[in-house]
Ligand binder design. Structure first.
Ligand code: MRU
Length: 355
């Protein structure tokens, strides 16, 4: 089955599929400067929490690879600047900060044992490739755990795009749907278009269509209607940050879907890797919500659709844990009380990924 490749490490640099151009054009760009990688993350060439993490790790790797530092201390100072630049791109997806921390830790470990700069550069490239390989492996595992909860025959709703484009693997929410479909479940996906950036209409619809999974595209204001009709067996979405109590930030609109799900007795699930947990914060109240440009609301693909008035654009909302029936991760399924179940999964030893 077709799986999109949003990012790849190559000898020429970091190659990213430009998601702003989908579905009309499949164009890739090659990045050899970490500042350009940061710009690509900010401007949504690549998006989706785990894929942003992979891009950040590769951004660090390319920054270190191209660095002119001649001593360990010069490289250490430059690494701090590289990481800070990448950290300033998108505030909500915790995978970004997880990936940067991991690259910093890897550098710190290497710097304790060697001053061989070519060896350090190479090891950081390998680490970024490992982050990518691990995302692929964790998606497969999330898919296997989550598929058990999908209906054998019925509709499944999602939100935004939590597919291959968003993770650089098979996807989290769409990975669950994909595995369930491959197991022979008769699934039909309802895809809300996900205003204002239209990740549902542009990206999820494209991925499912290319993968041969049946779907129907709906507008965001049809969600309640379809849930009330009683044919939706489950809802599964991704996550950008999951607080210690299970409150989950995801694409704007997810909260209202979860509330409508409860009203209509449809189970609402989250699918996300453990790297999306932020156990340092007690609840979703502390999750920073990215505010994006008003033009993304007043315009669609550069065409003005509203008068020149103020427009709000919080890019994410937070779904309180009470609306979430379960969280599928690569280490198992968390259920309420989440403070315990998420901590247990975080403490479980991860399986090793092969590059
Ligand atoms: O603004 P985006 O497109 O980066 O937002 C993406 C989402 O909200 C996804 O649902 C989330 O990152 C999970 S991706 C597996």
């Amino acid at each position: 089955m077709y799986v999109a490749q949003p990012i790849e490490w190559t000898e020429n640099g970091v190659v990213m599929l430009d998601q702003r151009r989908l579905p009309a054009d499949e164009i890739s760009h090659t990045y050899t400067d970490y500042r350009e990688v940061a710009k690509a993350i900010r401007e949504m060439v690549i998006r989706g929490a785990p894929a942003i993490g992979v891009a950040a790790a590769m951004g660090v790797a390319v920054g270190v690879q191209k660095s002119k530092a001649r001593t360990l201390e010069e490289l250490r100072a430059e690494l701090a600047v590289i990481c800070e630049t990448l950290a300033q791109t998108r505030p909500t997806a915790v995978d970004l900060f997880w990936a940067l921390e991991r690259m910093k830790q890897r550098f710190a470990g290497l710097a304790r044992t060697t001053e061989d700069l070519p060896a350090i550069r190479q090891a950081l490239i390998e680490e970024a490739k490992l982050v990518h390989a691990e995302k692929k492996a964790s998606d497969e595992a999330i898919g296997r755990f989550g598929a058990e909860y999908m209906p054998t025959n019925g509709q499944v709703m999602t939100q935004c795009n939590a597919g291959a484009l968003a993770t650089a693997g098979i996807g989290t929410a769409l990975g669950v749907i994909r595995v369930a479909y491959e197991q022979g479940r008769n699934i039909h996906v309802l895809v809300p278009e996900t205003r204002p950036y239209l990740q549902g209409a542009r990206l999820t619809a494209w991925e499912l269509y290319r993968g041969g999974i049946p779907l129907t595209l709906i507008t965001d204001n049809m969600v309640g209607h379809f849930l009330k009709r009683g044919k939706v067996g489950a809802i599964v979405t991704g996550a950008d940050r999951i607080a210690a109590n299970g409150d989950t930030a995801n694409k704007i609109g997810t909260y209202q879907i979860a509330v409508l799900a409860k009203e209509n007795n449809v189970p609402f699930y989250i699918a996300a890797p453990v790297s999306t947990f932020d156990l340092s914060i007690a609840s979703g109240e502390q999750i920073p919500i990215e505010e994006r440009a008003a033009e993304e609301v007043t315009h669609i693909q550069g065409v003005r659709i509203a008068p020149d008035v103020p427009a709000a654009h919080p890019a994410f909302d937070v779904t309180p844990n009470r609306y979430i029936a379960a969280i599928f991760t690569e280490r198992g399924v968390a259920k309420a009380p989440y403070t315990e179940s998420l901590r247990n999964l975080a403490d479980t030893k991860p399986a090793k990924a092969a590059v």
